[in-house]
Design a binder for this molecule. Structure first.
Ligand code: PLP
Length: 413
């Protein structure tokens, strides 16, 4: 993480996020530390979507009337923004889906059904979100393949030695998160992709927690597939991205069948259309994609390096305050080596109780298994608390959180 960049001042953007400027529960100022689950949206995203619904909305790629042409144009401009944001070589490699979950399911079906057979191995990490576990388990049930998991080392990092031990000629897919949504662990994506190539495995990077927070270059990563969600990066829910290398996407059969994804249909059958339409059956998330385009414009106006640097400072500050709490254990790597979230457990205290009492003071964190049950099982715990930050959070909010958490834990003991 480059911390030599100019300092980012979150107060300069707070007014862009009307939802953050409110008081809840007996007049407490809202402190939103749940952006890992879903971020908030700036006014410019709300305006772009509102404008579309008010003036230019129509179905896309279907009409030759004015509104349809305008909506299609905006929808395709959003695709171009995504392409440039992740440095994808080709526009038609960017597929709009409903989110990371849908993107991974698309690959597990359209690619997996063709390429995975009994005896093959699908390698994941133990800290994957259920979205990057269950589609592969379902594929394994369909085909007789085996799903295996790479562990983490004592520092909370992905155990690369274990990864190398488990990669073998049977490994056909290596699917892993660029950033763990619980541990905050960042994985060396390019290095892992290169390791996968040595055994000829296809790779998928679940970038749901990384694309919103740091610059992404899919050409540098060189994975076969990359997936992420709009709602975690200032965009609306209901839209996400599957990026894949053109050749592999072209070789895959369609996943969903329906309107827009065809070239020809007769009573005997159909021929699929070209990319990206082949994977965008039905009416797509039109306004949501336009909202995502506006979110990318906003992120570009701030730039990703200062965002990553500011979140790093928030993490360091939160470590400093909460690690003083007796019996509190922070999950994952140390403060210098992790993404913008902190998950923790407190001996003898329920994570849910902590979250409920913090909420009463206006502080929104998440408690539970964070859709990562296998990780929690491997850590010997059922649940944890997670405070996840975005660039609109301030050091002052972290200080208030530390103070409130200290009091809450003392009260619950
Ligand atoms: N992968 C990771 C790492 C996540 O954090 C999440 C959501 O929290 C997902 C996948 C699923 O994303 P979505 O619910 O937007 O499909």
């Amino acid at each position: 993480m480059d911390i030599t960049q100019t300092k980012f001042d979150p107060s300069a953007v707070r007014d862009d996020f009307p939802i953050l400027n409110q008081r809840i529960h007996r007049d407490r100022q809202l402190i939103y530390f749940d952006s890992g689950a879903s971020s908030q949206r700036p006014q410019s995203v709300l305006d772009a979507m509102d404008e579309c619904y008010h003036r230019t909305y129509a179905n896309v790629h279907r009409g030759i009337h004015c509104l349809s042409e305008q909506a299609t144009d905006q929808y395709e401009q959003a695709r171009a923004r995504v392409q440039s944001f992740i440095n994808a070589p080709n526009n038609n490699e960017v597929i709009f889906t409903s989110g990371t979950t849908a993107s991974i399911n698309l690959v597990a079906h359209a690619w997996g059904n063709e390429h995975i057979k009994a005896g093959d191995e699908i390698l994941l990490t133990i800290f994957e979100h259920h979205s990057n576990i269950i589609p592969w388990q379902q594929l394994a049930v369909r085909t007789g393949a085996k799903v295996r998991f790479v562990g983490v080392n004592d520092q909370g990092e992905l155990d690369l030695e274990d990864l190398q031990r488990q990669l073998n000629a049977n490994t056909k897919m290596l699917a892993f998160a660029a950033i763990s949504n619980v541990l905050g662990t960042t994985t060396p994506v390019s290095e892992i992709v290169q390791l996968a190539k040595t055994v000829g495995a296809t790779t998928l990077v679940d970038a749901a927690q990384s694309v919103p927070h740091e610059a992404t270059d899919v050409q540098v990563w060189d994975a076969d597939f990359v997936t992420f969600s709009g709602h975690k990066m200032l965009g609306p829910s209901g839209v996400g991205i599957l990026w894949g290398k053109q050749a592999i996407l072209e070789s895959m059969p369609p996943f969903l069948g329906g309107g827009s994804m065809i070239d020809q249909v007769t009573t005997d059958g159909f021929t699929p259309g070209e990319l990206p339409a082949k994977f965008e059956a039905g009416t797509p998330p039109i306004v949501e994609a336009i909202g995502l385009g506006a979110a990318i414009d906003y992120l570009n106006s701030i730039k990703m390096a200062p965002i990553a640097q500011h979140e790093h400072e928030l993490v360091k500050a939160s470590y400093a305050v909460i690690s003083k709490i007796d019996g509190l254990r922070i999950l994952g790597p140390n403060a210098n080596d992790r993404a913008g979230m902190v998950s923790f457990v407190v001996e003898g205290v329920s994570p849910q109780d902590i979250s409920i009492l913090l909420d009463q003071q206006g502080i929104a964190i998440r408690a539970g298994h964070h859709c990562a049950m296998p990780l929690h099982q491997s850590l010997g715990i059922r649940a944890s608390c997670r405070a996840s930050f975005y660039f609109y959070n301030t050091l002052d909010e972290v200080a208030q959180f530390g103070e409130a958490l200290t009091k809450v834990v003392a009260r619950l003991r």
